[in-house]
Design a protein around this ligand. Sequence first.
Ligand SMILES: Nc1ncnc2c1ncn2[C@@H]1O[C@H](COP(=O)(O)OP(=O)(O)OP(=O)(O)O)[C@@H](O)[C@H]1O
Ligand SMILES: [Mg+2]
Length: 312
Amino acid sequence: MNTKPSLDELFERRISYPDFDAQERLGRLVGLDDQKSRLSKILGLLVNDKGLKSWANKYHKGADHLVNTILRRPPLIVLAGDVGSGKTELAETIGDMVARQEDIDINLLPLSLSTRGQGRVGEMTQLISSTFDYAVAEAQKLKSNTGMSRGGIILLVDEADALAQSREAAQMHHEDRAGVNAFIRGIDRIANGQLPAAIIMCTNRVNALDPAIKRRAADILTFSRPNDIQRSSVLSTPLSQLGFTQEQISAFVRATGPIDGRDYGFTFSDLTQRLIPSIVLDAYPLKAVAATRALEITKAVKPTPPFKENKS
Ligand SMILES: Nc1ncnc2c1ncn2[C@@H]1O[C@H](COP(=O)(O)OP(=O)(O)OP(=O)(O)O)[C@@H](O)[C@H]1O
Ligand SMILES: [Mg+2]
């Protein structure tokens, strides 16, 4: 009954960085420069503390206490916010930036909770505990006592909404609570061992984040729907490749924003995964894409409603 899941059962798509594909995907993300920079710095320090030490040595000699305070930050970063806003995409690709920046190999261990751990009682807890057992063991192999680790681990806990529910929420199922506790224990194991490992957690429900998880987050990065400039960045390349003018493209930027009594616009994924394909497939295979028809299609597409946090 208590058989441990195997490595392949635990993690679906492990990635080792540097990786070209990840680099390309990361480069395609629009408007996330601040998140990219903060995330890569935090991850860089978690997997390799030598950088901060040499920075301090250069600019703030003797600031050992300061350096230690920063290096002892908990190894968790939360990516929170609206659907289709680049959380998973960033989490799956940022390792490439860190690997290049620190010049070490980084391994991503991705665990999605959405399709997992919903079976037998205890399964979620077991899944989380096994995940951390494995991540800790891997990170221990990479740790070095001379500062520069031989590599780093990023544990990605995606679709972590079940874990984001506050332990205080009365309606929270006992099993979920046990899962949250296992998660917190796991974070502490990595922190206490000072291992070259970081945990990225993605959730739509930042307001429901468990206080004990929130307290352990080195940073909570928020993601939202694209504004006019960001929608323009996403749409300009594909629409100009279709031969649309700048003025026509502006009409698409407006039509995908909060208009007509709707107080929200398209998500990033509404633009890339729904709108552009609909426009192209409407014309394919018999004719070219026409701007007027494409704009009609755009006006008929309903953007994904914002994720409603249930205020519990
Ligand atoms: N900032 C962005 N720039 C360009 N494209 C984006 C951006 N964010 C998301 N996309 C597009 O939307 C797709 C979905 O993004 P992603 O899976 O990262 O969303 P998410 O924030 O994890 O959403 P969910 O909360 O629903 O899991 C990406 O594959 C990409 O095509
Ligand atoms: Mg996601």
